[in-house]
Design a binder for this molecule. Structure first.
Ligand SMILES: Nc1ncnc2c1ncn2[C@@H]1O[C@H](COP(=O)(O)OP(=O)(O)OP(=O)(O)O)[C@@H](O)[C@H]1O
Ligand SMILES: [Mg+2]
Length: 226
């Protein structure tokens, strides 16, 4: 589903963020990307969501070289990939329901469709009861669940989460990870970048370890171990 072929990313100032990365991620996988700060985790994820382009090499999504995706196609492409960040990026003046429904409104969906779809997604993330609350009325973990609900609204094939629990305490971290596992079980490929060793150990799924832009380990049912 996702393939990296000899991908290097060199930012201006000669910063080599990724070095000759080769990678294959199949449909339905749950993959954690680990490594110290500045080793290229976010850069790797940004290649997939088209926020950055490879300097050398190719990234394929469903057999398509992402560099061939034109500007007009990008919004459609991005609907197939949900994205969650460390800071939740919710709209403060909108309720939980409205934060999640926003992307569907923009996409021109009918009110009926929006109501059904958002209702189902809020149920998956366990926030049906909070639909009319505003972000400031929620805990950090709940806010992140709203962000996850928003990322799922177009039923993406892949959910990309960059340090989604970085701002959360242990309990909320586990709730979010359990939610990602549940989403993965429902068929969505999940790609998670994290520093959190304990979390990756407990997940016991595929781990890709980066060090200074190089993949130094890629193993199934891995542990953090670096
Ligand atoms: N837009 C940019 N311009 C120049 N250098 C950048 C840019 N973005 C990232 N870098 C550099 O590229 C390298 C990899 O950064 P990246 O954000 O991918 O690391 P990371 O593993 O996600 O780190 P963290 O764990 O701190 O989030 C770092 O040296 C960083 O300083
Ligand atoms: Mg990062």
């Amino acid at each position: 589903m996702i393939h990296f072929r000899n991908v290097s990313k060199i930012y201006t100032g000669d910063v080599v963020a990724l070095r000759d990365v080769n990678l294959d991620i199949g449909k339905g996988e749950f993959v954690s990307v680990v490594g110290q700060s500045g080793t290229g985790k976010s850069t790797l994820l940004k290649m997939i969501i088209l926020e950055e382009k490879p300097t050398i090499g190719q990234v394929f999504f469903n057999e398509r070289d992402v560099m061939t995706i034109g500007n007009r196609e990008i919004p459609y492409y991005r609907r197939r990939i949900g994205v969650v960040f460390q800071d939740f990026k919710l709209i403060p003046k909108r309720t939980v329901f409205e934060n999640v429904s926003f992307a569907l409104e923009v996409a021109g969906k009918s009110n009926k469709e929006i109501k059904t779809n958002v209702g189902q997604i809020l149920e998956i993330v366990g926030l049906s009861e909070k639909a009319i609350k505003y972000p400031t009325q929620l805990s950090g973990g709940e806010q992140q669940r709203v962000a996850i609900a928003r990322a799922l609204v177009h039923h993406p094939a892949v959910l990309v989460a960059d340090e989604p629990t970085g701002n959360l305490d242990m309990i909320n971290t586990w709730e979010i990870i359990e939610l990602l596992v549940r989403i993965n079980k429902l068929g969505t490929t999940v790609l998670l970048a994290t520093h959190n060793k304990e979390m990756v150990d407990r997940l016991n799924r595929r781990v890709i370890a980066l060090d200074k832009g190089n993949i130094i380990r890629d193993q199934l049912e891995g542990k953090y171990m670096i």
